[in-house]
Write a protein that binds this ligand. Sequence first.
Ligand code: PMP
Length: 398
Amino acid sequence: MQTVYVDNNATTAIAPEVLEVMQPYFTSEYYNPSSMYSAARTPALAIQAARETVARCLGGINPEQLLFTGSATESNNTALFGTVLANPARRHIITTAVEHPSVLEIGKELARRGHDVTFLPVDRNGELSVDDYVRALRSDTLIVSVMMANNETGVCYPIAQLARLAKETDAGIVVHSDATQAIGKLPVDLESDLQHVDLLSFSGHKIHAPKGVGVLFVRQGTPWRPFILGGHQELGRRAGTENVPYIVGLAKACELAVAGVADEQTRVRGLRDRLQATLEERIPALEINGKAAALRLPNTLNLAVHGIEGEAILYELSRHGICASSGSACTSGTLDPSHVLKAMQVPFTAIHGSVRISLSRYNDEADIERIIEVLPAVVARLRKLSPYWDGKRNCLKI
Ligand code: PMP
């Protein structure tokens, strides 16, 4: 049976071009880039070249503003704890109720440590109120951390505007954005529209590089201190011997991702929209979480299937070779409904019935056809067993 992989917001397949450029650094070029002998120049230069490539991909920034990390989770921790370390006097932090756990949990931890943390709510579309945000900004606000795009729903947030508003309120506010789901799907330019963003995080494995490598951008002049201490690597800002093959792979993946934004915005969006429209036609009472948002990632489709469990749908899809997800991979494995859908006030008859389909450049028409062939039939079968579904009238009982 052919596998149809549509869980690309969880992780992506490594691109063959990425694997190819990584290979020498696993074998002949294994030297520690900090070593003094001439052979170690090759990996050291490869890291430098990778930093320059990523800098070009983010709008032509100064490469020395980039650190390579072990993941987006590490980048988020480094961004936020590094800012708190450098600014003991300011105690207020603004973030949102729909962040990835690698930001949300830091917010909760900082609240336990005595910071005042505002978790901005979202509306039924998953969107923030800019007015609420402006009202939340204070003279002692230290950090604003808002993701560029949500991993579960694909809803995008107006980061350029939020960053500008923060700086207009107080130039000392540090603006962080988790761009993990945005790279390769939206333009990310830290020299033009995102010029007021101070810290930006993302990960390799969402853009066809391996798991275990990430990037943190720290704008020159940001009041921030290193968080992982030890050796002098990464210009003294992130200790630990560099993961050379992964860094080289991430840079290649970044180049391909940025070159592929147009394809995501047209072809991939076309696939997603056709799938969405056909499923809406063939599955009664289907809602699309985040559909009414002003901006949604072109690859993401979050279905609210009333009356049945998302886990049951996923199991059935998996039996048909289709790999999707019921929320973020980090929260699946618990029985709690997604914090993102809870924040959006998705009704209880659908909050357990969410299925996320997330595409990549490797998906095609045949994948979409297969999902269309399988999913409506799976939903119809499961609804026959549901106490909430009226089989005769083909609608929810309540
Ligand atoms: N932020 C967002 C928005 C994500 O989607 C993810 C991955 N699910 C992360 C952070 C964490 O990335 P990593 O797995 O590299 O730690």
